[in-house]
Design a protein. Structure first.
Length: 150
C-alpha cells in the first residue's frame, strides 16, 4: 500500500529526530541514557528506542505513526515493565508535545504530558515530563534533555 502524500509529508517533518541522542534526567543519581530514532517500513513509521542503565527506569520501544483520517500523530509506547500506552503527539515548529489524558491499554491513574523544544540548531531537545489529575493542572515530574550524539 502506497503512503498518502499527506502522511509522507507529516512523517518527513519527523526527520529531525533521526539519529542517536544522549538522555539526561534531573533526578538524583540518574545515569545518562541513550535514545535512537530511525525509520521503519519505508519511512511510514518512526521507531524510538530508549535504554537507561538504571533498573528502576524502564527501557522502551516507541512507534510513531501518522493517522491520516485524524490528521495527527500517535505515539505507541512499550516498556520493559510491560507498560503499554498511547500518546497524542504534536510537532509544531520546534515544539514537541506528547499527551496522555484518557485510558488506553492501561488504566489512567494520572494524566501525563511531555513538553519539549528543539534547541541549539536541532542539536538538543529541552523538555519536561508533567503529571496531572485533571483538577490542579500540570505539575513537573522531571526535566529531560536530549543531546544529539550522532
Amino acid at each position: 500500500m502506497e503512503s498518502n502524500a499527506n502522511t509522507s509529508e507529516a512523517m518527513q517533518a519527523l526527520q529531525r529526530f533521526i539519529g542517536a541522542w544522549e538522555l539526561t534526567v534531573d533526578l538524583p543519581g540518574s545515569p545518562v541514557g541513550r535514545a535512537t530514532f530511525e525509520w521503519a517500513l519505508g519511512e511510514r513509521y518512526l521507531l524510538q528506542r530508549i535504554e537507561i542503565p538504571h533498573s528502576p527506569a524502564p527501557d522502551s520501544l516507541i512507534v510513531v505513526a501518522y493517522d491520516e483520517a485524524a490528521g495527527r500523530y500517535t505515539q505507541h509506547y512499550f516498556d520493559s515493565r510491560g507498560v503499554v500506552r498511547n500518546y497524542a503527539m504534536t510537532l509544531d515548529g520546534d515544539d514537541w508535545t506528547l499527551l496522555r489524558h484518557e485510558p488506553d491499554f492501561s488504566p489512567l491513574d494520572f494524566r501525563q504530558r511531555f513538553v519539549g523544544a528543539f534547541a541549539a540548531g536541532g542539536g538538543s531537545i529541552e523538555g519536561q515530563w508533567q503529571t496531572g489529575d485533571g483538577a490542579d493542572g500540570w505539575k513537573k515530574d522531571f526535566d529531560l534533555r536530549y543531546a544529539r550524539i550522532g
